[in-house]
Structure formats: C-alpha cells, structure tokens
Design a protein around this ligand. Structure first.
Ligand code: NAG
Ligand code: NAG
Ligand code: NAG
Ligand code: NAG
Ligand code: NAG
Ligand code: NAG
Ligand code: NAG
Ligand code: NAG
Ligand code: NAG
Length: 439
C-alpha cells in the first residue's frame, strides 16, 4: 500500500488500539437475530449472517464494567465499533439484552431493571425483532419496518454504510463522540461531524470549540487534508443533499474492513484490516501536526510546521503586521488600509490589488458565490465588493470569497491551494511588503 502521508508517526502501532479490549469467547450457536422472550445473556453473542460482525457483552481495557457492544467477529484483533450503554455500565455479568414488553430493545441488570433502552414508541413486542446485519448495523424491526438502528445512534466509529450527518429540515446534526478513555466508553471531550453551515467540511470539536477541520469537499478530496489523493478515498461520496435534505458522506465501496475512529485524545484515525500482517493498519490520522490544530497561529496569520515536530512558525499574512513584536501573544493587523475602505466602500477606480499565496489550506469562514463561473469572474466579483477580502476559485466548487475574519491558515509543505488576498495597491512593488513579521 502506498504511504500517502509523509509524516513518520503514521503507522503507529495498531496494537495500541487492539490491546484495549478483553472480549468474551462466544459459546452460543451463531445467530444474528434476537426476538421477544429470548434474552441474550452475558457470554452469549449474536453474529451477523456473513460472520463478520459480533454483538455481545464486553469489558473495555482494564475496566471490569460490562457493556453491550459490536465488534468484528472475522478479524482476530479486536476493535469495539459501537456501544449501547455507554454511560450506564453493568457492574457484574448478570445483565441481559432483550426485547421488552413495549417492543423496545433493552439492557436489564441482574435485578431486571432497565439500564438502557432503544427508546422508540411502544410496539407489539411479539412482532418486534432485532438483527445484527452484515453491515454491522443493529436494527430493530417491527413487522417490515425498521424502527431503530445503531447506525442512526453513532458512537466513536464510522463504518461504511452509515449516513451520519446534518438534517436540513430539522437542523439536527448527528455527530460521533469520542470515548472518555480507552477504559471508559462514556461520551468524552471530542465530537466529529459535518459543519452546520453546510460548507461540506468535517469538524472535530472539543466541547463547543473547533479543534480540526477537513476543509471543503471539492467532489473528490477535502481541500484541507494535505496530499489527500483521490484514489485512496474513491467510493467516498457526498449525499445529494439538495434532494435528500440530509448532508452526509458515505462509502460506496464494499471493503468492510474500513473504519474511522475518533480517539479519546481527539484524533480521528482511518484504519483498515491488513491481511498480510493480521493487524490494523493506519491510513491517516488528523489532526496529526501542530498546524492541523484549528487556528493554531490565530487570525490573519499562517502556520508552518517545523520539520522536527517542534513548535510551528507563525507569521502574519502578507500586508499584515503584528501589533506586539516579540511577545508571546500578538495580533496580526492590516498594515495599510484598503483604498476602498478609505473611500468609504467605493471600489470605483481604486488601486487595491490581489496578492497570490500558494500552497495553502484555505482559511475557514468562506462564502460560496454561485454566480462567477471562472477565476476571472470570481476575481471581478470580489474586487468590486469592498467587504470581500480574498477569493479562491476551486474546480469542483466554484468561487469562494472571504468577508469575515481569516482563520485557520495552514501552509502545506506540498500541495495546497491558491489564495488571492486583497491588499492596498501601495503594498505592491516595495521590498518591505515581502518581509514576514513573526508574531
Ligand atoms: C401479537 O399479539 C397480538 C395481541 O396478543 C395478536 O393480536 C397478534 O396476532 C400477534 N402477532 C403475531 C405476529 O403473533
Ligand atoms: C430488518 O430490516 C432490515 C432493513 O432495514 C432488513 O435488511 C432485515 O432483513 C430485517 N430483519 C428482520 C429480521 O426482519
Ligand atoms: C480491502 O482493502 C485492502 C486494503 O486496502 C485492499 O488491499 C483490498 O483489495 C480491499 N478489498 C476489496 C474487496 O476491496
Ligand atoms: C477532557 O476534559 C477534561 C476537563 O477539561 C480534562 O481534565 C481531561 O484531561 C480531558 N481528557 C482528554 C482525553 O483530553
Ligand atoms: C482479506 O481477508 C478477507 C477474509 O478472508 C477477504 O474477504 C479479503 O478479500 C482479503 N483481503 C485481501 C486484501 O487479501
Ligand atoms: C485581522 O485583521 C483585520 C484587518 O486589520 C482586523 O480588523 C482584525 O481585527 C484582525 N483580527 C484579529 C483577531 O486580530
Ligand atoms: C459613507 O457611506 C455611508 C453608507 O453608504 C453613508 O451613509 C455616509 O454618509 C458615507 N460617508 C461619507 C463621509 O461619505
Ligand atoms: C469567464 O466567463 C465569462 C462568461 O462566461 C467569459 O466571457 C470569459 O471569457 C471567461 N474567462 C475565462 C478566462 O475563461
Ligand atoms: C460582498 O462580499 C461579502 C464577502 O465575501 C459577501 O458576504 C457579500 O454577499 C458580498 N456582497 C455582494 C453584494 O455581492
């Protein structure tokens, strides 16, 4: 397999991930279904009909708590993919998973008290059946309708076939949530999901704060993931969200061993099963460098990673300078006002020009202007609007403009995009213009 990312810590030992889980050995005959009156007790498991996925009770890491989860049955190294009772563990092995009288899928403790429920409306329990499908999706069916499914209740892992995203009608944004630690699947500090502003990018958030973003999708790659190549991600697609009213990304490829996991430390990892080593192989991880942390250098500033993994270099954008030289915290401010600003917004006959910066992870907070159909039109639309501070025309997207703060700017060591920054005409043709000012 080609190494896609040039950094050294890519192929981290997958055994780290693997050794966290102690799984029970299944004794019961393989069965993918659970019907009313046939509880699944701790120690027994369901196995999807093609033998790839397994559901049962397990204890994560060094914990002795019991949880109901789904993992791979067919791969020798364990990986928990979904957990039902994330924040309500059982303290002993007397629990069971069953279909309750109201038709819900429930976990009962040894005293037959409900510790977790699928919480759907009451249904005739004799017509309700749960099944672990070949996709790894646990579904609850009533008659012929699926009334609940684990794929709609995501944990920390994205699996092929999931449609986790932003509902454009209800505005509900489904997200993945990290575990608290490798010993505790309770919801942790980080979530991963689609940007709520429909900018077709992924974010990892720490609480409410952005931690990482993928950059916009151009139909083939996410622009903010350095050296992302189309071949590696082929089969990854954006939903037809105008029609479907739901924005999400999905796999069309059949390779079942792909998974993305949001780790307790907020790093998202793309792992795939490698038959030749009988282990998990990491294809990529984000954020993986200092500059991949959201807005690491602050507004109006670029972030360049050092090659030795130490602190990155933060520099003000061309035409901007720090108001606080030499201090730990400085703000980059525009050095010379735009002429259109001096002219009270008028752009007629002004001398403002665009300065090209190459190799960039384009800043966040862009607008998508639908009218321009080529680079020239995009430039003209931006130039005649004093609120437009920068533009970039991207194949597969179109005209992007910036009118708010310029945030999260990463200079890639290779690849990246062209960014045209509006500056006062007097910034051009002087030597001072070309010198960076460190923060
Ligand atoms: C389920 O139970 C109800 C009420 O007891 C009964 O009318 C119905 O026929 C049952 N359905 C099945 C599939 O057994
Ligand atoms: C439950 O519904 C799914 C479709 O959502 C279907 O693939 C599956 O076969 C059904 N299973 C049972 C046991 O009805
Ligand atoms: C599954 O993924 C592995 C690793 O990328 C690849 O070598 C293999 O060809 C894939 N199999 C299928 C059926 O796509
Ligand atoms: C999660 O946040 C808490 C409170 O800020 C902090 O103490 C803890 O170290 C964080 N855990 C991780 C894995 O970042
Ligand atoms: C790995 O093994 C699985 C199960 O035997 C098989 O379906 C798959 O095609 C194999 N992949 C590769 C890359 O050999
Ligand atoms: C970024 O630069 C603009 C233009 O000078 C300025 O108005 C803004 O306050 C700067 N942002 C920060 C956070 O310093
Ligand atoms: C600047 O423009 C605003 C709105 O376009 C207008 O109200 C104001 O009078 C103008 N000021 C000057 C000094 O021309
Ligand atoms: C951009 O599009 C306009 C309108 O379709 C066209 O007139 C112009 O020639 C195009 N410019 C370039 C550089 O393609
Ligand atoms: C001017 O540019 C800003 C920032 O790109 C944009 O939000 C606004 O809609 C534009 N105004 C017009 C009239 O095009």
């Amino acid at each position: 397999m080609d190494a896609i990312y040039p950094t050294s810590n890519l192929f981290l030992s997958a055994s780290l991930i693997i050794s966290f889980f102690i799984l029970p050995t299944a004794a019961a005959a393989p069965n993918s279904q659970l019907s009313s009156g046939q509880p699944l007790v701790d120690g027994a498991t369901l196995i999807s009909s093609d033998g790839i996925f397994e559901l049962g009770f397990f204890s994560p890491g060094s914990s002795t708590n019991r949880y109901v989860g789904i993992w791979y049955h067919s791969f020798s190294a364990a990986a928990v993919l979904w957990v039902a009772n994330r924040d309500s563990p059982l303290l002993d092995t007397l629990g069971s998973l069953t279909i309750a009288r109201d038709g819900n899928l429930v976990i009962l403790n040894g005293h037959k008290a409900v510790v977790w429920s699928s919480k759907v409306a009451s249904l005739p329990s004799n017509e309700t059946i749960a099944e672990l499908l070949d996709t790894g999706n646990l579904v609850l069916n009533n008659s012929d309708a699926t009334v609940w499914q684990s794929f709609d209740n995501p944990g920390d892992t994205y699996l092929p076939g999931m449609k986790v995203g932003l509902d454009l009608v209800t505005n509900v944004n489904q997200v993945f949530t990290s575990w608290r630690s490798n010993d505790d699947p309770a919801p942790g500090n980080f979530t991963l999901g689609i940007a709520p502003d429909q900018s077709t990018q992924f974010f990892i958030w720490e609480g409410d704060k952005p931690r990482w973003r993928s950059g916009r999708w151009n139909g083939q790659v996410f622009l903010g993931i350095q050296n992302m190549v189309t071949t590696y991600i082929d089969g990854f697609k954006l939903s037809d969200f105008q029609r479907e009213k739901k924005l999400y990304f999905y796999y069309t490829r059949s390779n079942i061993s792909h998974r993305y996991i949001l780790m307790p430390d907020g790093v998202d990892r793309h792992l795939i099963w490698a038959n030749n080593t009988n282990n998990w192989q990491q294809l990529w991880a984000q954020p993986n460098t200092q500059c991949e942390i959201y807005n690491r250098c602050g507004n109006n500033a670029t972030c360049t990673d050092s090659t030795d993994g130490k602190s990155p270099t933060c520099s003000c954008l061309k035409g901007f300078e720090s108001d606080n030289y030499g201090k730990a915290i400085g703000r980059c401010m525009r050095r010379k006002p735009l002429q259109c600003e001096t002219n009270n917004g008028s752009t007629a006959g002004n001398s403002d020009r665009f300065y090209l910066i190459k190799g960039m992870k384009l800043p966040d907070l862009s607008y998508w202007d639908l009218d321009p159909t080529n680079d020239t039109q995009c430039k003209e639309a931006c130039m005649k609007n004093c609120s437009c501070k920068a533009y970039s025309y991207q194949a597969g997207i179109g005209c992007l403009t910036w009118g708010r703060e310029l945030v999260d700017i990463h200079m890639f060591s290779s690849g990246g995009n062209d960014f045209y920054l509006r500056l006062a005409g007097s910034e051009f043709g002087t030597n001072t213009m070309l010198s960076d000012h460190l923060l």
